[in-house]
Design a protein around this ligand. Structure first.
Ligand code: NOJ
Length: 747
């Protein structure tokens, strides 16, 4: 078998996956329709298009404003009959018959809930991610929603930040690939299909670098890092045809994103040619007052519009201030026309002018369709990361008859769905307890021990321990409730909450084989618990079908294949921690003295001066890209097509990958590169390619990665984006810490 993982070239080669745009319908006819409409619109009607409101709760409450053309988009209206009534008012009773754009936060599924995006990233499977977004689009559009505020493309390297759950982790390349997959899934082959919804790449930009992981906090991202780490996923999404971009809450180096013209206009429109529209985050325009960046709402409206915002979500500064600002000549009507044009273009592409209505009977057959549940189960299965499996305790063999199921996440139908679930029903979630109870040939001894993840009441732990003693194995479902991650839910301590640590310690003391299954919205600091458990399966929040996926994995009907999309710290004091860090002048090569090994009154320089924490060491608990399988894989020696390539050349890397174990399984082969010397210090490794490979026991697949030199380009302040000739190293491995370097040169 032979697989070639091919990526074509595009403007920003790192994100080459984005190159083929789905058909968006950009054409002269649309532009001339917009011209015709604009020529008839009053200033107030134009400003109305720039105004997005959250549903007032009833059609009646919004009817007059819709009729008067004072609302361009409504978020949070998901009752199909209401959507149709509102659209009818817009189409038939407003002067120009301009349809509304109905929006919703559909982040990882609408009804059928997929794993949180961080879990989906752990699949390293863009195809299942695309499918998840397609399912979400089918279900959301059946409720009348034609625009989602997803994908979240914020690169995040600090697990304290609650919103790591909503993104794809720490790596720009992985985030780019998954972001493009989501855009394609939402938007489909053509936006005009009523089951397609417009995507929104958010939050533009840098929001994931919030200081101390505290949500909404300031960021201080210098230009090269902005261009090399934070912008690429957005460029990829724009190149893939994402129709909208959301400006973020944070100020970077003092400039709130919603007022940042360099970002919203110069880069987004000027450099990338983005022709969709920019929406603010919820009142992020108004929050420029709190930032101290604007003195009053007139300045808010002026700065946001001048920066390149097209649609104002919920600050009302545009509707309130723009009429007067135009009269006073402080903003021009041409600027407003431009924003209206961007918004109408997307409405045309979505086919809303032809048919803004939703078939009200659709949802019964679409919501939770069997194929949707099957895809959600596959995504949950592939998102599982096996962090430890001593003595092959997993999967359970036929000798395991009695399983103690304990822990607060074993039967938590709401919490297993994770953050940002507005529409999924918890009674549709199948929990691990339910799924395991349905399996034949095993008996389940359920004693949760704790009622919920923050529960400090230890009274139930004795019962859980007793259940463990009476069983062949114990599976402890621990982690965090959905509410502990997501927007505004950051943590300063990311260890297991409540008495969960005690629960694990007491279970471990029974001597029974202990499997820990963690469901969480982020990497947690679980070093002690990992040491105590025999096996650890990290699930993130797996969604509606988490239970059946976990049952399959525990019982050997499925094999874990997920890989970590974020580095797992040993201690929270290590964050931000990420594999693609720069080398320091004094790198730590694994010879660090740890705090308990330091002799009394040791001389100041006797430990050697290298870069690490005395109490945590240098390494993380688990590196980016890490994840085990029930089987084993052997990487053959990679072969490079050349050891010297031209700046415009291409390297081909090929190798054999063999399943050397007893189970069928999938391995995610990863290609990392290091640029050894540059005009700027470069990261010690950067992920450039990956591929999931399914292999039967004993099977070998020949894998080929193609890597244009252009993909090794980076941005520096003088030369902008360019490929620097010099020496490079390359690794092919199953995680970011393994493999042997191979040298090559760019001339
Ligand atoms: C605020 C969040 O930051 C954003 O992600 C979301 O899409 C909007 N609110 C709309 O709900």
């Amino acid at each position: 078998m032979n697989t070639i993982f091919k990526l074509g070239a595009c403007a920003f080669a790192l994100v080459a996956v984005a190159c083929s745009k789905p058909q968006s319908g950009a054409n002269a006819e649309i532009e001339s329709n917009i011209d015709a409409l604009l020529s008839q619109m009053t200033l107030d009607e134009k400003i109305g298009q720039l105004n997005q409101v959250s549903s007032y709760g009833s059609v009646e409450a919004m009817a007059d404003e819709v009729r008067a053309g004072r609302i361009g988009s409504i978020l949070n209206e998901i009752e199909p009959a209401n959507v149709n009534r509102l659209q009818r008012i817009a189409m038939e009773e407003s002067r120009l018959g301009i349809p509304l754009l109905i929006a919703r936060d559909v982040i990882h599924g609408f009804k059928t809930i997929f794993p949180i995006p961080l879990g989906q990233a752990a699949t390293f499977d863009p195809e299942i991610v695309r499918e998840g977004a397609r399912v979400a689009a089918a279900e959301a559009s059946a409720a009348g929603v034609r625009w989602t505020f997803s994908p979240m493309l914020d690169v995040a390297r600090d697990a304290r930040w609650g919103r790591v759950a909503e993104g794809n982790g720490e790596d720009p390349y992985l985030t780019s690939v998954m972001g493009v997959a989501m855009v394609r899934g939402y938007q489909g082959d053509t936006l005009g299909n009523p089951a397609s919804i417009a995507a929104c790449a958010k939050h533009f930009v840098g929001y994931g670098a919030a200081e101390s992981g505290k949500d909404y906090n300031s960021t201080n991202i210098p230009p090269a890092q902005l261009h090399n780490v934070y912008l690429p996923p957005f460029e990829a999404a724009a190149a893939a045809g994402a129709q909208t971009i959301m400006s973020s809450f944070n100020d970077n180096d003092g400039v709130p994103a919603t007022g940042n013209r360099a970002l919203l206009t110069d880069i987004l429109r000027g450099e990338w040619g983005f022709d969709g529209f920019v929406v603010t985050d919820w009142n992020s325009a108004g929050e420029m007052l709190s930032h101290g960046f604007c003195a009053d709402s007139a300045e808010v409206a002026t700065k946001a519009l001048n920066a390149g915002v097209d649609m104002d979500m919920m600050s009302f500064a545009f509707v309130k201030e723009l009429p007067r600002l135009v009269k006073e000549g402080r903003v021009s009507e041409a600027q407003i026309d431009n924003a209206v044009r961007n918004i109408l273009r997307v409405k045309y592409r979505l086919g809303l002018f032809d048919n803004p209505y939703v078939d009200e009977s659709l949802r019964d057959s679409v919501f939770y369709a069997p194929s949707h549940l099957a895809a959600a189960k596959q995504a949950a299965t592939e998102s599982a990361v096996l962090l430890k499996n001593d003595n092959h305790v997993l999967p359970f063999g036929s000798n395991v008859k009695r399983i103690a199921v304990v822990g607060p996440m074993a039967d938590a139908p709401h919490d297993q769905m994770g953050t940002w679930v507005f529409d999924g029903d918890k009674d549709k979630s199948i929990t691990p307890l339910t799924a395991l109870r349905e399996r034949k040939g095993i008996s389940i001894n359920y004693a949760p021990g704790l009622a919920y993840s923050r529960d400090n009441n230890k009274a139930g732990i004795a019962q859980a321990v007793a259940a463990a003693r009476q069983s062949d194995v114990v599976v402890a479902f621990v982690g965090e409730e959905a509410i502990l991650s997501g927007e505004a839910h950051s943590l300063a301590d990311i260890s297991l909450k409540g008495a969960q640590r005690q629960l694990i310690a007491d279970l471990s003391a029974t001597g029974k084989p202990l499997v820990m299954v963690v469901m969480a919205g982020r990497p947690l600091t679980i070093a002690d618990e990992v040491a105590k458990a025999d096996a650890v399966l990290y699930m993130f929040h797996p969604g509606t079908m988490g239970g059946p996926a976990i049952a399959d994995l525990l019982l050997g009907d499925a094999n874990p294949s997920g890989k970590l999309p974020m580095t797992f710290p040993r201690m929270v004091g290590q964050v931000p921690i990420y594999y693609a860090h720069n080398n320091t002048g004094r790198p730590c090569y694994g010879s660090e003295a740890l705090i308990n090994d330091i002799p009394l009154e040791a001389g100041q320089t006797s430990l050697g001066n290298t870069s690490y924490h005395l109490d945590a060491g240098f390494d993380p608990l688990f590196p980016f890209g890490y994840g085990q399988s029930y089987t084993t894989f052997a990487y053959g020696e990679p072969h490079l097509s050349a050891d010297h390539i031209a700046k415009d050349g291409k390297l081909t890397v090929d190798f054999d990958l063999t399943n050397t174990g007893d189970y069928e399984g999938a391995e995610v082969a990863q290609l990392y590169v290091r640029d050894l010397h540059g005009s700027l210090a470069r990261p010690v490794k950067e992920l450039k390619r990956f591929q999931r490979v399914n292999l039967k026991p004993g099977e070998t697949q020949h894998v080929t990665f193609e890597l244009p030199a252009e993909d090794l380009a980076f941005w520096n302040p003088e030369e902008k984006r360019h490929v620097e000739p010099g020496q490079f190293q390359l690794w092919v491995a199953g995680d970011s810490q393994s493999g042997q370097p191979i040298a090559f040169t760019i001339e």
